[in-house]
Design a protein around this ligand. Structure first.
Ligand code: SF4
Length: 215
């Protein structure tokens, strides 16, 4: 644990230096448009989602009421480039209907209520809770899972394990920032395949200090 705590401190310092103010990658205007964007981002790049959501929202509406009345077919046609469009279109219409019917048209603000919506798992709920409502959370996606394992912060057999390991190592107040910083870091330095340890600020520093890395 001692080693992981030292590693976490160094990782945190480097992330603060490299990404002091990381932006939210998915363009949105409120909790609902963020929720729809995160649902669309499953197995799709943020860039593509950001191209499709303006079309979806301008043609069919950008609020739960409007999308609850849109047909699944119309939604599917627009979101097709994001992939998994049959499931995602049903989820978008379904979650819009539940938000209108059971939550007065407002995106709910608790994990259980969010995770009860179709197409919304713990990762999606974590993004919405942290980025729309300011509740500290770490949404573990593939980038965070990979980086935590490579830095020796988690054995990382499951995303649940990675999430609890990271939460134990970093103060609650920085969870949401950490999530964004690691995503930005991974995209710039730490791809799944083909990385350059000599150009990478984190593993090179951990190595200099005699801390284990698993690249
Ligand atoms: S050396 Fe490789 S594994 Fe380590 S942080 Fe850099 S890019 Fe990632």
């Amino acid at each position: 644990m001692e080693t992981k705590v030292r590693t976490a401190r160094i990782v945190g310092r480097i992330l603060d230096r490299e990404f002091p103010d990381p932006g939210i990658p998915l363009v949105h205007r409120d909790a609902f448009t963020l929720l729809v964007s995160v649902v669309l981002s499953a197995q799709c790049t943020d860039e593509r989602v950001n191209q499709i959501t303006p079309v979806l929202f301008s043609r069919l509406g950008d609020d739960p009421e409007s999308l609850s009345k849109a047909s699944v077919e119309d939604i599917r046609e627009i979101i097709r480039p994001c992939g998994l469009s049959p499931a995602k279109s049903k989820a978008i219409q379904g979650l819009s209907r539940i938000i209108v019917r059971e939550h007065g048209g407002e995106v709910p603000r608790t994990f259980p209520e969010l995770e009860a919506l179709p197409g919304v798992g713990h990762k999606t709920a974590s993004v919405v809770m942290s980025q729309a409502f300011g509740v500290p959370a770490i949404a573990v996606d593939t980038h965070i899972h990979r980086c935590a394992r490579r830095w020796g912060l988690s054995e990382g057999s499951t995303v649940e394990r990675t999430e609890s390991d990271l939460k134990a190592l970093f103060p609650r107040a920085r969870w949401s920032l950490l999530h964004l910083q690691i995503i930005h870091f991974a995209r710039k330095f730490c791809p799944a395949r083909g990385h350059h340890p000599e150009e990478c600020p984190i593993c090179s520093e951990l190595g200099r200090r005699g801390l284990p890395v698993f690249p």
